[in-house]
Design a protein around this ligand. Structure first.
Ligand SMILES: [Zn+2]
Length: 294
């Protein structure tokens, strides 16, 4: 799922807000971390008990909010695919996914049946299918899934996957940059287990609140050198911003074993010793990738 809003939506202020407890541990003990967005209406707080950063109050997760937050994810197909062929950016992303799928295969131990939750345009499904996986995807957006089927010819279903009857089990379930958009991540995390084949693998990717990049930007803001009202990487549809410290114990508490954990960049796939140090040892890259088994 993409993570930036268009210019016109950057001034969006939701009509209804709600006070919420921490969505990981239920605690109401927290402190204000940062205000941002139009009129500084968006507040990130940090849970005093589990360290999760989340929006509080947050926009009420109603039809009006969901439509405004998600009707903008439509223009990206032309970035990837034009006149029946991959664009340069499409090729870059294709190669990136090929490497990711190789990594996934090494964790899963085989190529097999794959389910992607939050499949957006289905581009990952396309690469997976063309590299030998049997791939199915689900996304809440009718526009995205229709484009995925028509442009990329992938098996993309539309709907709330909690309500769909999917034909499991799957050897690999992939959920990338989607969990932080929903108000009930625990329901999803529990349900993934029901669709996994024996010894199957769940791969979850989320932004990393504790990345070097974010720490640096926050530090700049504190000094007053950076006064921006809005940052592309923080959108009203990110209801929480996990980090390893908050997310790893949460996943374990819901019965998952972490069999692989790394950070990563969406631009380049890790290769050299510097990237290895940053992503595998220190884990301070912009995004987190968990491999999990039951
Ligand atoms: Zn908490």
């Amino acid at each position: 799922m993409a993570t930036t809003l268009t210019e016109s939506n950057q001034e969006y202020v939701p009509k209804a807000w709600e006070e919420v407890p921490c969505m990981f541990c239920g605690s109401r003990r927290n402190h204000l971390l940062e205000k941002f967005g139009p009129e500084n209406r968006y507040h990130y707080v940090r849970c005093a008990d589990c360290h999760l950063t989340y929006l509080n109050p947050r926009p009420r997760y109603d039809e009006e909010f969901v439509e405004t937050a998600y009707d903008v994810y439509e223009s990206t197909v032309e970035k990837l695919w034009k006149n029946g062929a991959l664009t340069a950016e499409g090729q870059r992303q294709y190669d990136w996914y090929v490497k990711l799928l190789q990594e996934m295969e090494s964790v899963v131990g085989r190529k097999g049946r794959l389910l992607e939750i939050g499949c957006h345009l289905g581009f990952f499904l396309k690469v997976a299918t063309e590299t030998g996986w049997t791939a199915t995807g689900v996304d809440i957006s009718p526009t995205m899934t229709k484009l995925g089927r028509e442009v990329f010819g992938v098996n993309a279903k539309c709907g709330n996957w909690l309500e769909l009857d999917l034909e499991g089990p799957y050897d690999l379930i992939y959920c990338s940059h989607t969990l932080e958009h929903i108000p009930n991540p625990g329901d999803w995390i529990d349900r993934f287990g029901r669709y996994l084949a024996p010894n199957g693998t769940l791969c979850i990717e989320v932004p990393n609140m504790q990345s070097l990049d974010r720490r640096f930007k926050r530090a700049l803001k504190r000094t007053g050198l950076r006064k921006d009202r809005w940052q592309g990487w923080r959108t009203p549809d990110h209801l929480f911003e996990p980090c390893e410290r908050s997310f790893a114990p949460y996943l374990k508490s819901r019965g998952w074993n972490i069999v692989g954990l790394t950070t990563y960049s969406r631009k380049t796939f890790k290769t050299g010793p510097v990237q290895k140090l940053m992503h595998s040892v220190l884990r301070v890259g912009s995004n987190l990738r968990f491999y999990l088994k039951r």
